[in-house]
Design a protein around this ligand. Sequence first.
Ligand code: HAM
Length: 417
Amino acid sequence: MPEFQTSPGMRDILPPESARWRRFVQVFADVVETAGYGSVISPLLEDIAVFHRVGDATDVVTKEMYDFIDKGGRHIALRPELTASVCRAFVQHRPSTPWKVWYSGSQFRYEKPQRGRFRQFDQVGIEVLGADDPYLDVEVIWLGWQFYQQLGLRQVTLLLNSLGEPDDRARYVSALQAYFDANVDALSEASRTTLAKNPLRVLDSKRREDAPLIQSAPKIADFYSEAAAAHFQAVQDGLSQVGVPFTMDPTLVRGLDYYRRTTFEFQGGTLDSAQNALGGGGRYDGLVESLGGPPTAGIGFALGLDRTLIACDDEGVFPAVSAGVDVFVVDTTGGKEALHITTQLRVAGISADRAYDNRSMKSQMKGADRSGAAVAVIIGSNEIEQGVITVRPLRGNDIQFTVARHDLIESVKKVLS
Ligand code: HAM
């Protein structure tokens, strides 16, 4: 075992997996940019108060943050998510609304590592600030759905709920509190602790002993104001209109505190239930205000890259593909010719690799094989003498031939086409 290894819950992403990560973000960018979203790049670190301001009753904020005091004495946290940073940026820069942005990058949460749960994980996501329209909720959810379709995932289900307006939510939380207080003996130990902090989160318990009580708990739908009910109905109608199938889940409360009205989660069909949320989001009207900005409606989602790729592996879609090169240059004359030829090829837009350290012909040809190249370009003392280069197709039945040096690029292009 080497002396130094990655910290628990953190991973090295090596080729070809790393290329798959890049493609993942590219596919996401293509989907959301066609809907007018621009990318925002945020710092990895924020003043810890930004995250405390957005929710002090969730594990993500209270227990799982990586934080430290910097050299200037500031209390800093590595971001556990990006919605708070985007809202902080909105307040700081006051862009015109609706502000539609997308992002990708690493988040940090000190959780217990397991399959699909890491301490450094990546998300892609979108946020829209400054629009209240229920058809925006539909657009946002459709984009998430569309992205999963583009990856080829077919076992993703969409869970949908509304937490009502803040007043509805507050009345509901009181009712839940009273209900669970009256039945506290039937709750698991862990859920009793949750109840003391946030009764809504008890609905999120996956413990079997809590299930019957949660099943008969008061339902949020009975607490909706007229406006909240109308908004939610419009969202459901819109989703049906654009052909996104959804399942209503009145216990879907999500892990962060800032949600109001529409909430949703994309679940995978193949991961353990504690890790099967591939992505989620919802409305968070009020978050910008809590960070010192004007009253501003907000909605968005984040999709977990790590988990979604596990789901892709399980469903056998969106595989990692080795990048490879088109041409491998074999030079048995010392290596300087290979430098010249690879440079020529690369400038012409043909991807090319080579061997180093003046290896034997046999060893270089092995390298050519491993590289996945379609063509080997060979230069040895015979070729130098005759002023030519050998071109050897590595796939199919074509036989090798020699070309004059100045014809190399054209000949290689022909073989490759
Ligand atoms: P979240 O539900 O905390 O929401 O995270 C979104 C997704 O990130 C999860 O569904 C999951 O796929 C992934 N994820 C979370 N924690 C981990 C972990 N420890 N390991 C691997 N993957 C993980 C948010 O972060 C909100 N900011 C979403 C949002 C955006 N709401 C509104 N706008």
